[in-house]
Design a protein around this ligand. Sequence first.
Ligand code: ATP
Length: 253
Amino acid sequence: MRATEPQATGRTSGNPPGSTPSLVAESLSKSFLSGNVRERILRDLSVSIMPGELTLISGPSGCGKSTLLAILSGMLRPDAGMVRALGQDLGLLQLQELERFRLMHTGFVFQGFNLFPALTAVEQVVLPLRYVGLSKPRAEEQAWAALEEVGMSGRARQRPSGLSGGEQQRVAIARALAKEPELLFADEPTSALDAGNGMKVIDILHRIAKRHGATVLCVSHDPRLISHADRVLTMEDGRILDDRRTGALVAET
Ligand SMILES: Nc1ncnc2c1ncn2[C@@H]1O[C@H](COP(=O)(O)OP(=O)(O)OP(=O)(O)O)[C@@H](O)[C@H]1O
């Protein structure tokens, strides 16, 4: 969530990408036990992610994309290495402080939308805003603005059962966007959608990066999305093999 006063990152809404990364990972390692065998999933991985950009992490299934996203977002601790998010070393935070950091500064969009079946679209977006302490009128105002931004204000009174998959994902993006997080993470946000809706969703994520100066980090193995990102990191076997800028243009609404 953005502070009223400018923060230490020196970013203001809508600024073009600066030279200061918003996310820095140094020498990350992570392994998981698979039966009796310990499998190394991330291998001494270092990367810096910039604000105001949509960065895509691509690569084959099982190469560690979601694990990297989970560590960069503070959901998972690495075995070794360091993550600095918005200047904060996440490894130095106690669990409660880390949860607070995530609540105030990060938003998530998942493959399965994760909407509450009984709530209307606007209620889905209002709920987390109330949780971070906004008054009801302020939360409703921000929720409507976020739904407007993703082109869903006309469907705001619908429950998930009355919405298409693409529309549900746009509501989920509005929910993540409404608290104005500096860091927006998306794990396979288009994989349950057809090509047209997938493109719409990725273009919305791209626009959020540009308009809000947010850091948008998206995991996907969908090759159609590559030309829609500003930067593509290709992973294989727990490492980043390729780091490319695409010169992608933001689609207008
Ligand atoms: N909590 C866990 N416990 C044990 N193994 C795990 C855990 N999380 C991930 N793994 C394993 O780590 C490997 C990498 O998983 P990860 O989800 O990061 O890959 P991915 O590149 O995102 O794959 P996909 O594209 O299929 O989602 C996989 O072999 C997975 O089974």
